[in-house]
Design a protein around this ligand. Sequence first.
Ligand code: NDP
Ligand code: 8X3
Length: 257
Amino acid sequence: MVSIQNQIVLVTGASSGIGEACAQVFAQAGANLILSARRLDRLEKLAQSIADQHHVQVYPLQLDVCDRTQVETVLSGLPEPWSNVDILINNAGLSRGLDKLYEGEIQDWEEMIDTNVKGLLYVTRSIVPGMVRRGQGHIINIASVAGHQAYPGGGVYCATKAAVKTLSSGLKMDLLGTPIRVSNVDPGLVETEFSQVRFHGDTERARTVYEGLTPLTPGDIAEVVLFCATRPPHVSISDVLILATDQATATMVNRRS
Ligand code: NDP
Ligand code: 8X3
């Protein structure tokens, strides 16, 4: 395991779920963190608790990845040393709705595409040139098992995650010849606020997604992300799929009840 102590890690979507768990495990490994999301109040509480617990530097950063101007302005205006991001975890993302494609809400589609694809691109475009200039960096994109195959009602979400997977492999090619690594991480079912967001706050419907099975935890994914980031420089974990034992594919799960 290579140390990431004192490295600067930017986590998008750090206010909840997988992003928050990444913040915890990277802090435990001694990294300094930029925690970004839209809900600044949550980031500030998390930053305080992580800084107290792990004695690392934490910078809470309000950022809506869909807002191209804001992404460019805020990320290009990061003060030293925060501007020298070593590890970018592109995690911010969401699903909206589970409707048949021909009946779906166009606003839901736009929110998913704007966040999961365009938002990830805006952040990547802002951060990676500095990595190339400094000759050091690692981009870890959180895609999904949903990028491997579509499921009913999930066409647009699945397409955004297939796009993330393709962007990861394209970026890897474009960075060939530099020391910068790209990892694509594909989680299966992880119990977070994901389904509450998908169902627009319907917590009862969200609960049924994980009923009768043992889902992954955000910490399970964060540990894999940390594993990717702590390999020796000649090792690139390019693609990893993490499923719950109760899950075989995006559509096949074993429910005990
Ligand atoms: P959560 O809903 O718990 O967390 C999503 C995070 O993304 C929040 O911190 C949210 O913060 C942030 N976010 C959403 N929209 C924006 C935005 N426009 N700008 C900045 N941040 C934003 O879900 P998960 O932790 O489960 O999701 C994290 C990633 O993992 C997503 O990309 C998701 O697609 C992916 N994933 C999730 C799986 C699961 O089963 N849960 C499985 C596979 C992949 P805020 O609202 O404060 O902005
Ligand atoms: C989230 C996992 O299978 O609910 O990407 O779409 S799934």
